[in-house]
Each structure stands twice: as structure tokens, then as C-alpha cells.
Design a protein around this ligand. Structure first.
Ligand SMILES: CC(C)(COP(=O)(O)OP(=O)(O)OC[C@H]1O[C@@H](n2cnc3c(N)ncnc32)[C@H](O)[C@@H]1OP(=O)(O)O)[C@@H](O)C(=O)NCCC(=O)NCCS
Length: 93
């Protein structure tokens, strides 16, 4: 589905010919969105997730995006910790 819509905003990370990470990015002209950021379990805590997010942010900045939104399930404590660590914050407003 993503390949059919804004395909240039779909990224995979490749190490030794294997896909180890993904991120799907969206931009609606107002806000950027991040979906399906994921790193293979055995490849986590090696900065791959951060690199994927840096790429996503770079692409969105080039499109003129000033703010990125993303949604995390409240039960996904590790993702919450990760996003806080790389500078995202809870926007309750
Ligand atoms: C969230 C996820 C993408 C992080 O990927 P990663 O490659 O392990 O992250 P990084 O190595 O770039 O970590 C960046 C920082 O976040 C921290 N961090 C990452 N995962 C963490 C966790 N579970 N708990 C606490 N801190 C964490 C790292 O320690 C690192 O901090 P440092 O700069 O002090 O070293 C990965 O855990 C994942 O794929 N999770 C399952 C999918 C998922 O939940 N995606 C989010 C959907 S909303």
C-alpha cells in the first residue's frame, strides 16, 4: 500500500544484504507522520533506529515539514523510552 502512495518516503535499512529496519514516513502538507519504525530484535541498541529516524526527519525537513507526529500504544514502553531518548515528547494538547 505504501509503495502506491508517497513511495519515496518508505525506507529500509540494509546490513550485509539483509533488511534489518523499516520506517514509513508521511507528509500531509502540515505535519509529518512516522509509522512502522522497526529494527530486527537482534539488531537493536546499535543506533539503527536513530539512523532511520534521522533519515525520516531529513526527508521531512526537505519537504518543508516543521513538526512530526507519531502515535505509540501506551503499553509499548520501549518505544516510548526510545522516542523520548531521541528528543520526542508527549503532546497532550
Ligand atoms: C523502538 C526501536 C525502533 C528502537 O530501535 P534501536 O535501533 O534499538 O534504537 P537505538 O539503538 O537507535 O536507540 C537510541 C536510544 O534509545 C535508547 N533505547 C532504545 N530502545 C530502548 C528501550 N527499549 N528502553 C530504553 N531505551 C531505549 C537507546 O539506549 C539509545 O540511547 P543512548 O543514545 O543513550 O544510547 C526498536 O526497539 C523496535 O524496533 N521496537 C519494536 C517496534 C516498535 O515498537 N516500533 C515503534 C512503533 S511506535
Amino acid at each position: 500500500m505504501k509503495i502506491k502512495f508517497q513511495p519515496a518516503l518508505f525506507f529500509v535499512g540494509i546490513t550485509h544484504d539483509h533488511i534489518v529496519s523499516t520506517v514509513m514516513v508521511g507528509y500531509d502538507g502540515h505535519r509529518g507522520w512516522i509509522n512502522y519504525l522497526a529494527v530486527l530484535p537482534e539488531c537493536r541498541f546499535k543506533a539503527i533506529g536513530s539512523i532511520m529516524m534521522e533519515k525520516a526527519e531529513e526527508e521531512l525537513r526537505e519537504l518543508g515539514c516543521e513538526k512530526i507526529n507519531l502515535q505509540i500504544q501506551a503499553s509499548n514502553k520501549s518505544a516510548i523510552s526510545f522516542y523520548r531518548r531521541i528528543g520526542f515528547s508527549d503532546d497532550k494538547g
